[in-house]
Each structure stands twice: as structure tokens, then as C-alpha cells.
Design a protein around this ligand. Structure first.
Ligand SMILES: Cc1cc2nc3c(=O)[nH]c(=O)nc-3n(C[C@H](O)[C@H](O)[C@H](O)COP(=O)(O)OP(=O)(O)OC[C@H]3O[C@@H](n4cnc5c(N)ncnc54)[C@H](O)[C@@H]3O)c2cc1C
Length: 404
């Protein structure tokens, strides 16, 4: 039986895993990475700890559940944890499912993958950027930026998306895919901090609250997330915001009015607040709010309620002022104007159209012998280990099928 020669373009998460699977399946594998070292982006994942999967992974955590279903069934979270355990990664499970290496070092994931690549005898070419891939009748020619040409039977395109372009994933892979006849959907950053238009950002910079944030479309709540919300000098961040950012950015792309509703006091009722205000009747307003909301928020919320004198006694407020103040605790609206962009994003939404890819093998339906994995495809997941899981799952299928 002829052993396939497979060129894997991109030595990130999905490139590394697909190269390993293909080589274990007796293919001859050449792994090409433009950076001096393999796995650069992995080092930045999970705040340097690498949230490499999530035990709760489900197709619904992705933008195209039907497309990812098969890959997750074949190589889902359980298989991923087993795969990495065999390489030496003991899992540390947090928040009911997020898996990290016990060492709490993302570098452990890179180290064990690179060791396995070396052990298997995979040919690795670093500092090598592929600029062109041409399909020939019996295979492919990949050309590097120095003019060198590499022939292969199959190609796995694992060049990632556009998020964190300094990692080497700067979107150039989309051009390679396009030149081979593929189409790319609209691209936008996801799992990213959001910029707001608000006069209070400077004074609220650094304030972290535990609350609820809701994304509104014409006053209708379309997504609601509970947890840490962090105000910054440019806008808003925190896990809640990252989860909401995909939909918010999609709406911005469609030039829609994007508003966030922040519920600061989600553990209290309006009655609780009324009782508190009764107790604080004779205090200056700004002091009456101390102990209820963060100190840096107090001047902002008083201003937003249209109360000119922050030292006025609570009892002197008009009923309208009182009700406005009260409402802001449970419904403070902010206009989203942009995101922090690809530099700050964890993932790219959009990519190679999935109807051009066979979900059972990750092979192109346009160019037989060409496979694509990970973020280059129009697949992205929520925050929590799901994007790396997609990289591993798609890589497993591509590595397996390309080597046949
Ligand atoms: C800061 C940050 C934190 C993250 N944290 C998490 C997390 O904790 N959990 C999680 O699930 N996901 C996380 N992600 C997302 C996750 O890292 C990506 O979705 C995943 O790495 C995508 O894998 P990939 O193989 O498609 O691409 P990448 O890992 O981006 O790899 C692509 C590789 O291809 C190389 N390359 C590109 N073009 C060429 C070329 N022309 N020639 C040769 N080489 C090329 C690049 O240099 C790069 O090494 C995070 C992302 C970021 C930016």
C-alpha cells in the first residue's frame, strides 16, 4: 500500500494534532510552520494555562452545530483528555468541565505535542511560510516564501484565523483557500472586549462587578450572561462580555444599533433597595450609595440619573429622580461602538464556507486531497475550551482521512 505524503501547513493546535494522527497512521508527514517554533498561540491560551477542552462540550456550543457534530462524536472531550493523558498531561477540571494541564502551564501542551512530533519522526520545517498551494493532477505543490517547492499527495491547511495576528495566524490562509477555489464568509472577531460610547468610562476604569449583562436588539434581550463584568477606559470586558461579543460584533457588522443592559444588583430586588433607601433618608446621596455599589460608580450613576447635586439628601429627591436612580441599578444601558479587534480577540468568526467541506473527513468538496482544520473554517465556539476542542476534533478527522 502506498504511504501518502501529506504536507501540513501551520504548526498550531490543529496542525500539530493532524500531523501526529497522520503519521501514526503511517503517512509521510511534512509539517510547515512560518514561526521559528511550533505552537506559539497555544502558549497564550487560557491566560497561559491552556483550557484545552471542556467536558461539557456539545455541538450547540458552536455556530454550526450540525457541521461539528460528527467530529465531536469521533474525537470529543473525552478522547481529547485521553489523548493528552497518554502524552503526559494530567487534567485539572475546573468550573464543572474546563480542562487545564495539572501543571497549569500552556507550555506543557506544546512540549508534549512537539515531543511526540519528534518521536514519530515527522519532518518539521520552521521559519517556512507557504505562499502558494497549487493542485496538480496527482497531488499538490506548496511553495515557500524562499521559492522552495514541496510536492505532496495531500495537503492539510491548518493556518488558523486572524485572531492574535502576532502569533502567525494573520489570515493569510484564507487567501490560500480562495486561490484553490474556496469562498470565505464575512469575518469578524469573537471572544473579544467591547468598546462603549459612555462619558463615564474614565472614572469607572477598573471597576469589577458581579452582575448580569444582556445584549439587546431593539429592546429585546437576545443574549444574557451572568458573572464578572469589568469596566475599562475603552469599554467593557470580562467573561460575560467575551461570550456576548460574537453576536454584538455580528450586529455591528450589519450596522445595527447595539446596546448592552447591565444589571448591577442581580442579587437584590427593588424592594430591598427601597428599604435601604428608607434607612439612608438623611444621608447625602453619594454616601447613601456607599456599600451598595462600587465607589467609582457612584458619581456616574448619580449623573446618569440626572441628579445635579450629589450631596443632596435622599429624602429631597423628586419621585422621578428616585425612580430613575433605582432603575439604573437594574437597567443601565450602554451603546457598543466597536470591539478591540483581532489583536485582542481569541477567535475569528467566519471562515471557509462549511458547505464546501465534508464534515465526515474535513476534506474539501472542491479540491479532492485538500483538508482544512481548526479556525480557518467558518466554525467558532464559546469561551471555555471549545475552540481548541474544535481544533483537535477537526484535526483528528483530517489526519485520519488524509492518510488513507
Ligand atoms: C489569547 C488567546 C487565548 C485563547 N485561549 C483559549 C483557550 O483557553 N481555550 C480554547 O479552547 N481556545 C482558546 N483560544 C483559541 C484557540 O487558541 C484557537 O482557536 C486555536 O489555536 C486554533 O487552532 P488552529 O490550528 O486553527 O490555528 P492556530 O493555533 O492559530 O495555528 C495556526 C498556525 O499556522 C501558522 N501559519 C499561518 N499561516 C502560515 C503559512 N502561510 N505558512 C506556514 N505557517 C503558517 C501560524 O504561524 C500558526 O502557528 C485562545 C486564543 C487566543 C488568541
Amino acid at each position: 500500500m502506498k504511504h501518502q505524503h501529506i504536507v501540513v501547513i501551520g504548526g498550531g493546535a490543529s496542525g500539530l494534532l493532524s500531523a501526529i494522527i497522520a503519521k501514526r497512521n503511517h503517512a509521510q508527514v511534512t509539517l510547515i510552520e512560518r514561526n521559528p517554533k511550533l505552537g506559539k498561540k497555544i502558549l497564550a491560551t487560557g491566560n497561559g494555562r491552556c483550557n484545552y477542552t471542556n467536558q461539557q462540550t456539545h455541538a450547540e456550543h458552536y455556530n454550526h452545530p450540525d457541521f461539528v457534530q460528527h467530529a465531536l462524536e469521533v474525537f470529543g472531550a473525552k478522547k481529547t483528555i485521553q489523548f493528552f493523558e497518554k502524552l503526559g498531561i494530567s487534567p485539572r477540571i475546573e468550573d464543572l468541565g474546563k480542562a487545564y494541564p495539572m501543571s497549569e502551564q500552556a507550555s506543557s501542551i506544546v512540549d508534549v505535542l512537539v515531543y511526540e512530533v519528534e518521536q514519530l519522526g515527522i519532518k518539521v520545517m520552521c521559519n517556512a511560510k507557504v505562499t502558494q498551494v497549487i493542485k496538480k493532477p496527482n497531488g499538490f505543490t506548496s511553495t515557500l516564501s524562499d521559492g522552495q517547492q514541496i510536492e505532496s499527495d495531500k495537503v492539510i491547511l491548518a493556518t488558523g484565523g486572524k485572531a492574535m495576528p502576532g502569533s502567525g495566524s494573520d489570515g493569510n490562509g484564507y487567501q490560500i483557500a480562495e486561490s484553490l477555489g474556496h469562498s470565505i464568509t464575512a469575518l469578524f472577531p469573537s471572544l473579544v472586549k467591547l468598546k462603549l460610547n459612555s462619558p463615564y468610562l474614565k472614572q469607572m476604569d477598573g471597576v469589577k462587578i458581579q452582575g448580569t449583562v444582556q445584549l439587546l436588539d431593539q429592546n429585546q434581550v437576545i443574549q444574557s450572561e451572568q458573572g464578572d463584568i469589568l469596566f475599562t477606559s475603552y469599554g467593557i470586558s470580562g467573561p460575560t462580555i467575551l461570550q456576548i461579543s460574537r453576536k454584538a460584533n455580528e450586529m455591528l457588522l450589519e450596522h445595527q444599533d447595539v446596546k448592552l443592559k447591565v444589571i448591577m444588583l442581580n442579587q437584590m430586588t427593588k424592594e430591598d433597595i427601597e428599604r435601604r433607601f428608607q434607612l439612608m433618608q438623611d444621608k447625602p446621596l453619594e454616601l447613601s450609595l456607599v456599600g451598595l455599589v462600587h465607589k467609582k460608580i457612584i458619581p456616574a450613576i448619580i449623573k446618569e440619573a440626572g441628579i445635579p447635586n450629589p450631596s443632596i439628601r435622599f429624602s429631597q429627591l423628586t419621585p422621578k429622580e428616585k425612580s430613575k436612580l433605582m432603575n439604573l441599578m437594574f437597567d443601565w444601558r450602554f451603546k457598543v461602538i466597536d470591539s478591540k479587534g483581532y489583536e485582542d480577540a481569541q477567535v475569528t468568526a467566519g471562515g471557509v464556507r462549511i458547505d464546501e467541506i465534508n464534515p465526515l473527513s474535513m476534506e474539501s468538496r472542491i479540491v479532492p486531497g485538500l483538508y482544512m482544520t481548526g479556525e480557518i473554517l467558518d466554525i467558532d465556539g464559546l469561551c471555555g475550551g471549545y475552540n481548541l476542542q474544535w481544533a483537535w476534533s477537526s484535526a483528528y478527522l483530517a489526519g485520519k482521512h488524509a492518510s488513507i
